[in-house]
Design a protein around this ligand. Structure first.
Ligand SMILES: NC(=O)c1ccc[n+]([C@@H]2O[C@H](COP(=O)([O-])OP(=O)(O)OC[C@H]3O[C@@H](n4cnc5c(N)ncnc54)[C@H](O)[C@@H]3O)[C@@H](O)[C@H]2O)c1
Ligand SMILES: O=C(O)[C@H](O)COP(=O)(O)O
Length: 411
């Protein structure tokens, strides 16, 4: 293990929201001993106070890393989203602070897809209402409103990693699969692209949402879209709470236009276990409510812990930003020489030549240089063979280059 300029045991890692023990073990095995875990998300004031002292923060979907919170994070060098969604992080603000964010884009895909398929079957059979009646002492044995999944059409909105998996599983039950996506997507199996969202809504017996939270998906299923669905449709939302107008859905469930729904994500979710859900859907027998557990299986959480922690360790140890969601991606080879310097800057003309001037003025040869830019930021990694004093001087001179956001001597 290469010795780093800033000792690994001094790097503070804060993991929130009950991130899996597998993440802690991954950090510890890599020499990061200061790992603090917290079972919940933190209130904003506490988060601001805690984030000021840490170098790496790990979160799940609940913690909001806003620009104001990130402004307090003076030492923070990387963010790990131990989940798929990254909408809870102000990614632009993080990038302009020189902080890459990493996530686990596939690790809980299967868990969500399995839950969605199970919910589709339960809804088509009217099981939520029947179960609720039995719990209250009722008994209503009837086939009324109860259907097989075979031959029914499932409409998948957002045909990405999860949407495609739902489609494959649904086909194995004999369902017809329709999908709608803003990107051109290759169909898996016999799935067919709908002409547009309205076409999908008009033809589906079950509509399931698998889009990310973006300005375009905010309230994309409102009163008008619900009215455009078949009477007796079932709606599943395991994407983000902002995607559905929850009041319009509650009204349609009460009127019976939507026969049943399964909802895993909410516009406002409780901060942690033990707090109650406040939603107009609470108390409706024809709704399966789950506490944002689409990706919460032991298998998924274990894998996510390892995957995201490994990406954070790699960035911290080696500078690699491969698969960062908000940052120029650089994959780096090991460097046999003595020092590796990182320079993160605003992407404005002339910065690279000023960086190279620093090296030529100090008479230091560059062994290797890696540069990637995006619209906002440039990330340069420079390998040199030189003494510790020169590396310190180089870093000081690099910090003076106009446009510099952040520098590090990695080792
Ligand atoms: N409930 C949970 O626990 C849970 C778990 C994992 C992911 N999620 C949510 O599910 C979302 C989808 O996950 P994924 O891994 O499939 O993501 P993905 O990026 O692989 O797929 C999303 C798809 O949606 C499409 N899309 C984007 N905007 C759209 C629009 N306006 N209209 C139609 N299609 C649009 C994209 O082109 C893409 O194909 C995540 O962003 C996350 O918010 C929830
Ligand atoms: O984006 C995700 O992966 C899901 O919404 C799961 O989030 P969670 O880690 O908070 O359960």
């Amino acid at each position: 293990m290469q010795k780093t300029s800033y000792p690994r045991q001094d790097i503070r890692v804060l993991l929130l929201e009950g991130i899996s023990e597998s993440a802690v073990q991954t950090f510890r095995a890599a020499g990061y001993t200061q790992v603090e875990v917290h079972p919940k998300s933190l209130p904003e004031d506490e988060l601001k106070a805690r984030i000021a002292d840490v170098h790496i923060v790990g979160i799940r979907s609940r913690t909001q890393l806003t620009a104001e919170v990130l402004a307090e994070a003076r030492r923070l060098m990387a963010v790990g989203c131990f989940c798929i969604g990254t909408n809870q992080v102000d990614l632009d603000a993080a990038e302009l602070a020189g902080i890459p964010a990493f996530n686990a884009p596939y690790s809980n895909t299967r868990s969500v897809a399995e839950l969605v398929l199970a919910e589709a079957i339960m809804l088509l059979r009217g099981i939520p209402q029947k179960s609720a009646q039995c719990h209250r002492g009722g008994w209503s044995k009837s086939a009324e409103g109860s259907h097989e999944a075979r031959g029914k059409t499932i409409g998948i909105v957002g045909y990405g990693h999860i949407g495609t998996q739902v489609g494959v599983l649904a086909e194995s039950l004999g369902m017809q699969v329709l999908f709608h996506d803003i990107e051109a997507k290759l169909s898996l199996g016999n799935a067919r692209a709908a002409a547009d969202l309205a076409d999908l809504l008009a033809r589906s017996d079950v509509v399931t949402l698998h889009v990310p939270e973006t300005p375009a998906t905010r309230m994309m299923i409102g009163e008008q879209q619900i009215a455009a669905m078949k009477p007796g449709v079932h709606l599943i939302n395991a994407s983000r709470g902002s995607v559905v107008d929850i009041d319009a859905l509650a009204a349609a469930l009460q009127s019976g236009h939507v026969a049943g729904a399964a909802v895993d994500v909410f516009p406002v979710e409780p901060k942690g276990n033990g707090e109650s859900l406040d939603s107009p859907l609470v108390g409706l027998d024809n709704v399966i409510l789950t506490p944002h557990v689409g990706g919460s299986t032991l298998e998924a959480q274990d894998n996510i812990g390892i995957e995201v922690a490994a990406k954070l360790v790699r960035y911290s140890d080696n500078g690699s930003t491969l698969s960062a969601v908000n940052f120029p991606e650089v994959t780096l080879p090991e460097h046999e020489g003595s020092h590796r310097l990182l320079h993160i800057h605003r992407n404005v003309p002339g910065v690279l030549s000023r960086i190279n001037e620093v090296f030529s003025q100090q008479g230091i040869n560059i062994d290797g240089q890696f540069l990637r830019t995006d619209a906002k930021v440039g990330y340069v990694v420079i390998d040199v063979s030189t003494g510790d004093t020169e590396a310190g001087k180089l870093r000081a001179a690099l910090m003076d280059v106009p446009g510099t956001l952040r520098t590090r001597v990695l080792y």
